[in-house]
Design a protein around this ligand. Structure first.
Ligand SMILES: N[C@@H](CCC[C@H](NC(=O)CCC(=O)O)C(=O)O)C(=O)O
Length: 365
């Protein structure tokens, strides 16, 4: 008789989407550690006979094949940014609002919870649905699980419209900013720090770069009716050899968020111009996506869930679907301002609202 593996985390999809969020968050899955959560999702979907379930690495694909005339792709990533002593989750009430606190509650396990709940419960949706849960979204674009799937099995991403369950306070956010990361290096000459005049300090040479960043005024750019805020920030800095050595190398890691009216190539040209004369290495580049809200299915969803469409400032995989020529929007629970934050927490009523909005729309088409 086979023995059940009791070390695997268990996911019970018969619970509410709020509780499923708690269960998912308590399975730690910082990028690179999505194996256990992927296994838990596969086991939890095992009894859903209306779904064809496939796996590609740590991507789970579950789809209906009902012969409907439209197919909607609904996707969410299972990884999170690193913890900061914010797991396990806890419930807390603040000013009469109940929150679930902890890493992943906003970005984006509450969105994944809603998707999993609907995937098992909607046996007869009005459209065919491809559900996708994937790994490595929060790290370099070349590691992204959806990118791997698009390269290996582009047929599995095909559809008429896509919804990414990224945090949007359960309202529609259109498109996304592009995202570039560069490393800017300075070089010096090592010497004993007691005789610094015979060396050259590479860390001191970073000052003009930091001054440029501190003085930079990011643009606000209107694209198809939505105003995208850009951002240019140092997100890391390295340098130094020992406490008594003048450093011969230093590096500042810079993240540029650019409006979707600007291509990746234009974004890099802008950065090279800003840091002309310095050693610049591009370490990550992901194109943005225009809002695409004029697509009829996007209009339908917007009308069904209500509210006014806003721009998505973070980068999301709507860009991947846009590049494939498929309209896509962001729609999920959680305040994006709390994504990646130490006080990451989701108002639980937003989870319920998102479930209701998506359920109603998927049942009427
Ligand atoms: N390749 C990128 C991936 C970063 C993706 C991440 N996305 C979000 O946080 C979406 C949530 C939101 O803003 O609403 C991001 O924008 O950092 C990378 O390397 O950074």
């Amino acid at each position: 008789m086979p023995v059940a593996d009791t070390t695997l985390p268990v996911l019970d999809l018969s619970q509410t989407s709020i509780d499923i969020t708690r269960q998912l968050c308590d399975i730690e899955s910082v990028s690179g550690n999505e194996g256990p959560i992927t296994e838990a999702i596969l086991v939890a979907l095992a009894g859903a006979e209306h779904l064809e379930v496939l796996r590609d690495g740590d991507v789970v694909i579950a789809r209906t094949n009902l012969g409907r005339d439209k197919r909607v792709v609904i996707a969410g990533h299972t990884d999170t940014v690193p913890l900061n002593d914010n797991l396990p989750t806890r419930y807390e009430t603040e000013d009469g609002v109940e929150y679930l606190w902890g890493r992943g509650t906003v970005d984006m396990k509450s969105g994944v919870a809603v998707q999993l709940k609907l995937a098992v419960e909607l046996t007869e949706p009005a459209v065919d649905i491809t559900w996708l849960w994937y790994d490595h979204e929060e790290v370099s674009a070349d590691l992204n699980g959806l990118k791997r799937l698009a390269d290996n099995r582009p047929d599995l991403l095909q559809g008429d419209f896509a919804i990414l369950g990224e945090p949007t306070r359960s309202e529609i956010e259109g498109g996304c900013n592009g995202n570039a990361r560069i490393e800017v290096r300075t070089f010096g000459l090592r010497a004993h720090s007691a005789r610094a005049w015979v060396g050259h300090n590479a860390i001191h040479d970073l000052s003009p770069i930091l001054d440029t960043l501190a003085a930079y005024v990011p643009r606000e750019v209107e694209v198809d009716g939505l105003v995208y805020r850009e951002g240019l920030n140092a997100v890391g800095i390295t340098g130094g050899v020992a406490g008594n050595v003048i450093p011969d190398a230093a590096m500042v890691h810079i993240n540029y968020r650019f409006a979707p009216s600007r291509s990746g190539e234009e974004a890099i040209a802008h950065l090279r111009e800003l840091f002309e004369g310095y050693d610049v290495t591009v370490v990550d580049l992901a194109e943005g996506a225009r809002p695409g809200l004029d697509a009829p299915l996007a209009q339908d969803l917007l009308a069904a869930v209500g509210g006014e469409a806003k721009p998505k400032y973070g980068w999301t995989d709507v860009a991947r679907f846009s590049a494939l020529g498929m309209p896509a929007v962001n729609y999920g629970p959680g305040d994006p301002l709390k994504a990646h934050a130490d006080d990451e927490r989701v108002a639980v009523d937003q989870i319920t609202a998102c479930e209701q909005g998506l359920r109603a729309w998927l049942m009427t088409g």
